[in-house]
Write a protein that binds this ligand. Structure first.
Ligand code: CP3
Length: 354
C-alpha cells in the first residue's frame, strides 16, 4: 500500500485529520500541533492518577494508559494523541531486568556488553504485550477523529541504555562496543530492530495511525558512524512497517548533521530539534519529506509575548514547507506551566488558519 491510500480499518475522519494530512504533505486547514511528552508530569491530573503506581507498572494498565493518553488531548486540544508508554517497555516485556527511576530514567540491572549477553534479548511476541493491544483498542474508541501516534525507541537509543546500564552523557561503553566489536554491535542492533518492529506493528494493528521512532541520543554520532553502524537497523524497522501505509516519523536530538540520513532511513516525517531552523532543515533533508518541530521547550518558561515571538519565528521558517507538524524541539520539560502549552496550541491554530 502507498502512503496515500487509507490504511484498512482507519476511519475517514481520522485519515482526513490535519495531523495526518500534514504528514502526507497535503494542504491543511491549520498547522497541526502535538507535543513530545505531552502526557506526564507537567499535568496535575497526571500526577494524581499516577500516585503510588510505578512508571512501568502504569504502562501495563490499559485503563490508566487510556486516561493518561487522553489527558493532554482534552486539556490542550492537540491534534494528535501519543500512546502513553516508554521506550524500554518492550525490553521489560522480554524479561530484561530494568526499572525506570524517577528523576533518573531507565536503569538496567546487568548491562549488555558481551556476546553471551545477547541471549537475553529474545524475540518480542504480540502475546508479551497484550496490554498494548487492549489499551489502544480502548483509546481509538475514545479518540474519535483524533489520530493516535504509536512509538518506539530506535535501536541505537535502546542499545545505549542496555550497554551503559542507564542514562549516559558520553555513551562511552556504547561507542567502545560499536568501534571495538562491529560484528557484535551489528548483531545487537539487528536484534533490537526486530523487537522494535514488533512493538510498532502491534501498535499499528491495534489502531495507531502514525508511528514515531525516537532515536533521542543518536546526535552523539558522526554521519559516517551513523550511516555505517546505526542506519541499517533503523531502516530495517521502517521497512518492517512500510506496508501499513501509516506515516513514519523519525526524531533525535542534536541531529543537525544527520537530518538527511534520518530521512533516508525510511521516514515520511523528520523531527527536528530547536538548533536548526526549519527552512534550513528542509534544505538538509531534501524533497519529499514533511518536517516536525521545533520550538525550544525552554522557551515555554518565558513571558507570553516572548513565547509568541519565538513561535512566530518557527512558523515563519516553516512557511514554505510542504508539510509541517508543529512540535517542540524535544519533550515537554516536567515543570512547564500547562497553561502555556494550551495557549501555544491555540496560538498556532489561530495564526495558521487558512
Ligand atoms: O510523549 C508522551 O507523552 C508519551 C509518553 C512517553 C514517555 N516516555 C513517558 C515517560 C514517551 C514517548 C517516552 C519516550 C522516552 N522514554 C524517550 C524518548 C523521548 C525523549 O525524551 O527523547 C526516552 C529517552 C525515554 C527514557 C526515559 N523514560 C527517560 C529519560 C525518562 C525520564 C526520567 C525522569 O524521571 O526524569 C523516562 C521516564 C518517563 N517516561 C516518564 C514519563 C511520563 C516520567 C516518569 C514518571 O512520571 O514517574
Amino acid at each position: 500500500m502507498s502512503a496515500n491510500d487509507r490504511p484498512s480499518g482507519q476511519q475517514p475522519k481520522t485519515y482526513d485529520s490535519a495531523f495526518l494530512k500534514a504528514c502526507r504533505r497535503e494542504p491543511v486547514p491549520h498547522t497541526p500541533v502535538w507535543f513530545m511528552r505531552q502526557a506526564g508530569r507537567s499535568l496535575p491530573e497526571y500526577l494524581k492518577v499516577r500516585e503510588g503506581i510505578p512508571m512501568l507498572e502504569s504502562c501495563m494498565r490499559p485503563e490508566l494508559v487510556t486516561e493518561i493518553t487522553l489527558q493532554p488531548v482534552r486539556r490542550h486540544k492537540v491534534d494528535a494523541a501519543i500512546y502513553f508508554s516508554d521506550i524500554v517497555v518492550p525490553l521489560k516485556a522480554i524479561g530484561i531486568d530494568l526499572d525506570i527511576k524517577p528523576g533518573v530514567g531507565p536503569v538496567v540491572a546487568e548491562p549488555i556488553r558481551r556476546r553471551q549477553d545477547l541471549e537475553r534479548l529474545r524475540d518480542l511476541t504480540p502475546e508479551d504485550i497484550g496490554y498494548v493491544t487492549e489499551a489502544i483498542g480502548m483509546l481509538t474508541g475514545e479518540l474519535g477523529a483524533t489520530p493516535l501516534i504509536g512509538f518506539a525507541g530506535a535501536p541505537f537509543t535502546l542499545a545505549s541504555y542496555l550497554v551503559e546500564g542507564g542514562p549516559s552523557r558520553n555513551h562511552e561503553h556504547t561507542k567502545a562496543l560499536m568501534y571495538g566489536d562491529p560484528e557484535l554491535w551489528a548483531d545487537l542492533l539487528d536484534r533490537l530492530a526486530d523487537i522494535t518492529a514488533t512493538f510498532l506493528k502491534v501498535q499499528i494493528e491495534a489502531g495507531a495511525s502514525a508511528v514515531q521512532l525516537f532515536d533521542s541520543w543518536v546526535g552523539a554520532l558522526t554521519p559516517v558512524d551513523y550511516r555505517r553502524s546505526v542506519m541499517p537497523a533503523s531502516a530495517k524497522v521502517f521497512d518492517a512497517v512500510a506496508s501499513y501505509g501509516v506515516p513514519r516519523i523519525h526524531f533525535g536530538v542534536g541531529t543537525g548533521e544527520l537530518l538527511r540520513l534520518m530521512g533516508e532511513a525510511g521516514a515520511d516525517v523528520v523531527g527536528v530539534d530547536w538548533r536548526v531552523p526549519l527552512d534550513e532543515a528542509a534544505r538538509r533533508v531534501g524533497p519529499g519529506k514533511a518536517l516536525q518541530g521545533n520550538l525550544d521547550p525552554a522557551v515555554l518558561f518565558s513571558t507570553p509575548e516572548a513565547i509568541e515571538t519565538k513561535t512566530r519565528e518557527v512558523l515563519d521558517a516553516a512557511a514554505g514547507l510542504e508539510g509541517h507538524v508543529f512540535n517542540l524541539g524535544h519533550g515537554v520539560l516536567p515543570t512547564t506551566d500547562p497553561d502555556a502549552l494550551t495557549r501555544l496550541v491555540e496560538y498556532v491554530h489561530t495564526r495558521t488558519a487558512r
